[in-house]
Design a protein around this ligand. Structure first.
Ligand SMILES: *Cc1c(COP(=O)(O)O)cnc(C)c1O
Length: 395
């Protein structure tokens, strides 16, 4: 299976068939499993084989299919599926850290990630230093002998800065720290983060993996040792496991993710190119544009693919941004991303509302900034919709 090309892995990877030999993956909507004997139950609690299950919080055949398919896609040894992307971020970090440890994190973080790094870890005695993720000198200055982990969003939300996974990994590994990457915006289709040195890669499967706005889900990918010895005990005993129904939805999402994300990425580039230079915009941010500050890194790290999200900074601040959102006719106002439907978001008042004002300014989350997640609609319709909404924003 690991020799297959990506699209083949995404359709057939991890399949476990029941005695009925069903074509489509079955939903094993069961929390428990019957043992043939008391002795078998005892043996399974001592050591659980790869096709043996105990309880859905510990593992389930449908969830296992999803984990294996994700691991094949990412090129990771193993994976643990979680109830949401945030359960994955929390699980990867909390399972490996203890009081007294030090963590270095990029400061450009999604609000809930910031809550975990700043409030949760801080409350349990983990010391966290925040750095500008694109500044390798700052990473080098911040790591210490007692640094146990570094954390960053490889492409930041919503200003789409791209962080050099290989370079940060080299700095972290020099002091023995593990590299934990939230890779949502890079997408599992374009990611090579494990190969580039990440020890743990996290996705919110709610985004591109589902891609159709139905379920929450998340996944932690890494070595078998890390997933089974560190992550699994923490997750299975603290309860953030994925439901079998959601795993089934996400397995179906994986079948089409490569086609969807490539199409969305092609549209995103076309839209960004069409908008660049529009006089009502302060800036168009899209990592696939030559004008993007880290476009060279996008070439080496992501094979030149800038992802499925772009951000627009409208002249006229929040009033213009709200006018823009309210004028959209195809794209919807919401806060998911990676969806088949194009979604526009005003980060400063929604997803990033909890960030302090000075940090918003520092991160470029300006009042005029709109995040636009490009869907599967015809790109010409999207360009027309965005162009008319930009004109309306200046009214
Ligand atoms: C959405 C998102 C998360 C959280 O995922 P949920 O599935 O909503 O819990 C974490 N990190 C990033 C970068 C995200 O975009």
């Amino acid at each position: 299976m690991s020799d297959w090309k990506t699209r083949t892995k995404l359709v057939h990877g991890g399949v476990r068939r029941s005695q009925y030999n069903e074509v489509s993956e079955a939903i094993f909507l069961t929390q428990g499993f019957v043992y043939d004997s008391a002795e078998q139950a005892e043996a399974r609690f001592i050591e659980t084989g790869p096709d043996e299950f105990i309880y859905a919080r510990y593992g389930n055949p449908t969830v296992r299919m999803f984990e294996e398919r994700m691991a094949l896609l990412e090129g990771a040894e193993d994976a643990f599926a979680t109830a949401s992307g945030m359960a994955a971020v929390n699980g990867a970090l909390t399972s490996m850290l203890k009081a007294g440890d030090h963590v270095v994190s990029a400061k450009a973080l999604f609000g809930s990630c910031l809550y975990i790094l700043e409030e949760v870890l801080g409350r349990y005695g983990v010391d966290v230093t925040f750095v500008d993720g694109t500044d390798l000198v700052a990473w080098r200055a911040a790591v210490r002998e007692d640094t146990k982990a570094v954390f960053f969003e490889s492409m930041s939300n919503p200003t789409l800065e791209v962080i050099d996974v290989a370079a940060v990994a080299e700095i972290a590994h020099a002091v023995g720290a593990k590299v934990v990457v939230d890779n949502v915006f890079s997408t599992p289709v374009f990611s090579n983060a494990i190969e580039q040195g990440a020890d743990a890669v996290i996705y919110s499967a709610t985004k591109h993996v589902d891609g159709q706005g139905r379920t929450l889900g998340g996944v932690i990918l890494g070595t078998q040792e890390f997933i089974r010895k560190t992550v699994e005990p923490y997750m299975k005993h603290t309860g953030g496991s994925m439901s079998p129904f959601n795993a089934w939805v996400l397995l179906k999402g994986l079948e089409t993710i490569d086609l969807r994300v490539r199409a969305q990425c092609t549209s995103a580039l076309a839209i960004a190119e069409a908008l660049e230079g529009n006089s009502a915009l302060e800036r168009v941010i899209y990592p696939g544009l030559k004008s993007h500050a880290q476009n060279e890194l996008v070439q080496t790290q992501l094979g030149g693919k800038g992802g499925t999200v772009l951000s627009l900074d409208l002249k006229g601040g929040q009033a213009a941004a709200f006018n823009f959102l309210n004028a959209l006719e195809v794209a919807v106002i919401s806060n998911n991303l990676g969806d088949a439907k194009s979604i526009a978001t005003h980060p400063a008042t929604t997803t990033h509302q909890r960030l302090p004002e000075d940090l918003k300014v520092e991160l470029g989350i300006t009042p005029g900034l709109v995040r636009f997640s490009v869907g599967l609609e015809d790109p010409d319709d999207l360009i027309a919709d965005i162009t008319q909404a930009i004109a309306a924003s200046q009214a």
